[in-house]
Design a protein around this ligand. Structure first.
Ligand code: SF4
Length: 412
């Protein structure tokens, strides 16, 4: 066990995200472990990728490892490789293996435990893949897996059967087969480019992919899914933004898990993307011991809206193989939504969904605000638990004209 590690300050969980500068925790980490590294090197995303922490020896240099973490790294061979950028490592608590961010990226023996209902491909994506690296599950939209590389691997990744295995490269031959399929699929109007992390590709490769998609007339919307603003915000460079802004309407789904990821560096990365005119949404996976409380989730969604990122989805953790140590009961997700709805702006309340095992798509869940019916009235419960009536004549499918005239069209 490495005894040379110094404790680092934890970021204050309730403070609003700072918009400028660097995280004090990251500054302390750099002084301790990378004193010779210049700002220019540290802020170069290629440098960050070259210096990822990938071995037991490297991890021991920075963290006081638990027996479980050491065993899991040594055992290896689980579906996901192990890699963390130096930047993200600087956010981890060196001494506490239960720190939320640390749990999301450090291997654990739980990954080797398979429980009932778990599968390597619980969403049945492979069965909806007409071309390698393309998932066509919904009629009008597809998921394009551009590559299988990520800068940092999340231990709960739904695509751990694919990600990090080095089998999906962004080479032209494979991608041209996908573009040909899309050219011949006029019903597809929306392409989500994901992976792996598509922002791990060079600006030139992204430029080419986005240009090829934009050249297909029936594709109206292109979306990118990425965790880079959280794990490698240095990737969001002005030159990347110049590439992205050429391809509007372009939307981005960011992946934030915990308020401690909302650092000044992440804030600046999101600001660059938002200033490039890209609507930003966040997808968060509900994870036991990481973000499974109303207080933590409220802190996260408040920070996200400050960063101009709309909390979009809260996912019930998919039953991937070896995920039971991360999964909460569904009642926990409902409790969190109930603790947000009415207590903060609706813009900050994500849609809580289960991605149905077997490929059934996203199924929304929310606390039951519809209590029942009393004659021509609906009985509703508000966020404080108080009961209200709403006139809704049974059997009528359309509102009467007088209902329309007296309604409140603006919404509040
Ligand atoms: S960034 Fe996304 S694709 Fe990559 S490991 Fe994390 S969840 Fe999986």
């Amino acid at each position: 066990m490495c005894r040379t590690v110094v404790a680092q300050p934890r970021s204050a969980p309730s403070a609003a995200p700072s918009r400028r500068g660097t995280n004090p925790r990251t500054r302390a980490f750099r002084r301790r472990f990378y004193p010779q590294v210049t700002d220019r090197e540290w802020n170069d995303w290629h440098w960050q990728l070259r210096h990822r922490i990938r071995t037991l020896g490297e991890a021991e240099r920075f963290l006081m490892l638990s027996d479980g973490e050491r065993e899991a790294i040594l055992r290896g061979g689980a579906m996901l490789p192990f890699a963390i950028t130096p930047y993200y490592l600087s956010l981890l608590d060196a001494d506490d293996p239960d720190q939320p961010l640390r749990r999301t990226v450090m291997p654990s023996p739980g990954e080797f435990v398979q429980t009932r209902g778990e599968a390597d491909d619980p969403l049945g994506e492979d069965g909806h893949s007409p071309v390698p690296g393309l998932v066509h599950r919904y009629p009008d939209r597809v998921l394009l897996l551009a590559l299988d590389f990520c800068s940092t691997y999340c231990r709960y990744c739904t695509r751990s059967r694919v990600v990090g295995h080095g089998e999906l490269s962004p080479g032209e031959a494979r991608l041209e087969a996908i573009f040909e399929y899309l050219e011949n699929s006029p019903q597809v109007r929306d392409v989500l480019v994901s992976g792996g992390d598509p922002l791990a590709m060079s600006d030139d490769r992204l430029d080419w992919i986005l240009g090829r998609l934009r050249a297909i007339p029936h594709i109206e919307l292109v979306r990118l899914g990425t965790k880079m603003p959280a794990v490698l915000p240095q990737r969001i460079t002005p030159s990347l933004c110049r590439v992205l802004r050429k391809y509007h309407p372009l939307w981005m789904s960011l992946h934030f898990t915990h308020p401690d990821e909302c650092t000044p560096e992440s804030f600046q990365a999101c600001a660059r993307l938002a200033d490039a005119g890209i609507p930003l949404g966040s997808q968060t996976v509900l994870l036991k011991g990481v973000n499974d409380s109303v207080a933590t989730m409220k802190d996260l969604v408040h920070r996200l809206v400050m960063m101009r990122v709309r909390p979009y989805y809260l996912y019930q953790c998919d039953p991937i193989s070896g995920s039971s140590h991360f999964r909460t009961p569904v009642s926990k997700g409902l409790e969190i939504i109930q603790g947000l709805r009415g207590y903060t702006t609706g813009y900050a309340v994500p849609n809580y969904v289960i991605d149905a095992p077997g490929g059934g798509g996203k199924i929304p869940l929310q606390p039951d605000y519809l209590v029942g019916r009393d004659g021509d009235d609906l009985l509703l419960r508000n966020f404080e638990g108080k009961l209200y009536r709403y006139p809704d004549p049974a059997g009528e499918s359309a509102p009467r004209q007088d209902t329309i005239a007296s309604g409140a069209p603006c919404g509040a």
